[in-house]
Design a protein around this ligand. Structure first.
Ligand code: UDP
Length: 461
């Protein structure tokens, strides 16, 4: 039998989950673990094809073995429908994961000793409990979201949400005295979706919360500098962030593709950044989901041009949804570079970057903060509004945009806020100080390093 610790990881099928799970897996490998990284077939195919011709590093004797299984949906199903996907996964994947664990034991003589499950893959913890191995929650969302989930019974008692999870008041509330104020917009499962969908997400969420009680080991990608109140509100939640990719500098950062991406990274943008003056480039990226309507897309394009500064803009072209919005005719794009998918962590750590126009997904938030980059926040849904509150009001390292009377963020507003954030020395110095604080957590002896060590020791017990 293999004496090495083998961990099976179960990320939710979304880019903002697969990436941090991959980084965590790579960290575990550094500590001598082997990883079985389980994706749905749909996601697995994206991850493999995004590596292009580059050796994926996961074949043969690699310590990270990528494994896929069907999610149970037909080829034409809408995999952006998170509830449908989660329900189908729950029906189909637990039996397959259990069989996989048994197969590797019999065929490869490998004992899986732990399952690390994402929040909405909590069923993995039931498997761990059933077969008598360790189970861990790793939630790549902010700790404040877990604190919110833990508070659901109280939110119902206090008349903030009804028993179906829908907000019934617009008034602000706090989870504890020092917690940043939340309001109906923070009830992410009901935010920007119809009420039926909101109720469905809420039901899934409540079921997962119950299963999470099966383990005492909860991990998250955060730090006490970012979310002190949330972390003391949920003491069993151990922060191990910021989770950042480590690049193989011998190969040169610009030639190495990151494992786990759904789209092929356009590495040419690193050479382009090399040609730009220090601290000059506006980086614009909205994660893996966000879509724009034509009008807003036009304002953004012309707003970037109006700033008269170099910009690097990620415009995804999703082959599976085929919704490409055309660039406006007036747009010349001379000062900028547009890519379909960037090596975002490399980009944010590049000295040419001046600020980050972001949708405030949690990974993007952590990555921007860890590189000391000031934010211009453009949240769309879910926890992004809460993350914006942290960035702008708590940490004070960014600004938000104001919409006009038609609900649009105008090109002029974009220029005004870019100029404002770049000339605000307070914001820039706060961002630099915060970067140092965050990185201290992952240095030897830092809080997150200690937590990770604690976790590894428990894993290997
Ligand atoms: N990302 C990237 N290249 C891009 C845009 C995004 O590598 O051009 C990565 C980014 O580094 C992050 C993830 O995609 O790790 C997006 O996660 P996030 O939580 O920020 O947003 P989501 O996609 O979940 O809305």
């Amino acid at each position: 039998m293999s004496v090495q610790t083998t961990v099976l990881v179960l990320p939710s099928p979304a880019q903002g989950h697969v990436n941090p799970f991959m980084i965590l897996s790579q960290k575990l490998v550094e500590y001598g673990c082997n990883i079985i990284f389980v994706n749905t077939e749909f996601i697995h195919n994206k991850v493999v094809s995004s590596m292009g011709n580059q050796e994926s590093g996961v074949t043969g004797g690699s310590p990270i073995k990528l494994v896929s299984m069907p999610d149970g949906l037909g080829a034409d199903a809408d995999r952006n429908n998170f509830v449908e996907v989660s329900v189908s996964i729950l029906k189909n994947m637990p039996a397959m994961v259990e069989k996989l664990i048994e197969d590797v034991r019999l065929k490869d003589r490998v004992i899986v000793s732990c399952i690390v499950a994402d929040f909405f893959m909590a069923w993995g913890l039931e498997i761990a409990s059933k077969i008598g191995i360790k189970g861990v929650l790793f939630c790549p969302a902010p700790a404040s979201l877990i604190a919110l989930h833990c508070s659901i019974p109280r939110l119902i008692d206090d008349g903030i949400i009804d028993s179906k999870g829908l907000p019934i008041t617009q008034k602000a509330f706090q989870l504890s005295p020092n917690f940043p104020a939340m309001d109906a917009g923070s009830i992410w499962w009901a935010n920007g979706v119809d009420s039926i969908f909101g109720i469905e997400i809420f039901n899934l969420l409540v079921d997962c919360m119950k299963i999470l009680e099966l383990t005492e080991c909860w991990l998250c990608n955060s730090t006490p500098d970012l979310e002190p109140e949330a972390l003391s509100f949920v003491p069993k939640l151990l922060p191990i962030g910021p989770l950042l990719r480590s690049y193989d500098h011998d190969q040169g950062v610009s030639t190495q593709r990151s494992l786990g991406q759904f789209w092929e990274e356009d590495l040419s943008c690193i050479n382009w950044l090399d040609q730009q003056p220090l601290g000059s480039v506006i980086y614009v990226a909205f994660g893996s989901f966000t879509d724009f309507d034509n009008k807003q897309f036009t304002e953004l394009a012309l707003g970037l041009e109006l700033t008269n500064r170099p910009f690097l803009w990620v415009v995804r072209q999703d082959s599976d949804c085929n919704k490409t919005v055309p660039l406006p005719n007036e747009f010349k794009g001379n000062q900028g570079k547009i890519v379909k998918w960037a090596p975002q962590q490399q980009v944010l750590s590049h000295p040419a970057i001046a600020c980050f126009v972001s949708h405030c997904g949690w990974n993007s938030t952590i990555e921007g903060l860890s590189n000391g980059v000031p934010f211009l926040c453009w949240p769309y849904f879910a926890d992004q509004f809460l993350n914006k509150t942290y960035i702008c009001d708590q940490l004070k390292v960014g600004l938000g945009f104001d919409s006009d009377e038609n609900g649009l963020i105008s090109r002029e507003e974009i220029k005004v806020k870019v100029d404002k954030v770049l000339s605000d020395e307070k914001i820039r110095s706060k961002a630099r100080v915060l970067k140092e604080k965050l990185l201290n957590n992952i240095k030897v002896g830092g809080r997150s390093s200690q937590n990770l060590n604690k976790f590894i020791n428990w894993l290997k017990e």
